[in-house]
Design a protein around this ligand. Sequence first.
Ligand code: 5MM
Length: 331
Amino acid sequence: MTTTLRTDQSHLSRIAVQMTSGGRGILAADESIKTMSARLEGEGIAASATSRRDYRELLLTAAGLSESVSGIILCDETFGQQLADGRDFPTAASQLGILPGIKVDTGTKPLPGQACALITEGLDGLGDRLASYAERGAAFAKWRAVFDVNTVTPYGARANGHALARYAALCQDHGIVPIVEPEVLCNGDHDLAASERASRMALGSLFDELDQAGVDLTGIVLKPNFVTPGLDATPVAATTVAATTFNVLRATVPAAVPGIAFLSGGHRTADVCAFLHELHEIPDRPWDVTFSFGRALVSAALHTWAGSPANVRAAQDVLLANCAEAASAAR
Ligand code: 5MM
């Protein structure tokens, strides 16, 4: 495929700012077919391309979603599907005032020689895929690296940071803003210090690699975890989470990055909104902070829907309430 590469940095910066400023955030609706199917089946809904489409249409068409949501991350399947009215998802999102984004990594595999560490794949052919997504309206993309506090190593952090940096540079070549997501998992019973160490390692390596790859930091969005104890450990106050997260980010993330949009990581909606609110209150922050939550926004809506057309409106109300709560934490 031939393509005209765009390198208009002001375009990238404008989109990155639009995604993360003004108290709006990003809805992560990019579960892979496998994950989405398992979540549907977990609610007693038969998984199929149609039920996955119906569910994503319910999310996107919730009335007034764009008041709190600036962008929606889709997976390849949804990106190529149509709403009931025949519009494709990226077109409908744009018409609704929501930037369409696309998850372009192809998932994780074991990283050889590194015990249980993972490497995210998807670089082969990525340039051609990005050209196609750009033509079809993608404003931004997403790539997620996954780290476990118990298995992260400097080499694993560097290898994943390198892949994220190559992805980010390719996105920018195609006029697409890269969301770079180095997720340190919250699963487990580790303490706050363990999450802090792993997050520093992942972020430090990532920004070294982004620098060496020549990525324009003003045209990216960072999607990190909040630095918290594991989900099975004794929780700490939201103010502590915010202060610890801020210290890690301040030490690793250059001020040139316009916006940071956090993942929710399996935490409860109220908890991640409290973390975000406390972080937003910290003075002299160099970057905008907002949300790019998946489960914290959609889990209750999926449960309310339960696959029944009669429940669509109620499910949308649940989604809108969660998005409004997250947005108010970022204002
Ligand atoms: C929505 O889930 C995303 C894709 O997951 P899989 O490829 O594993 O199916 C995921 O990357 C998500 O965007 C982030 O983990 C943030 O979601 P949470 O639920 O942690 O906010």
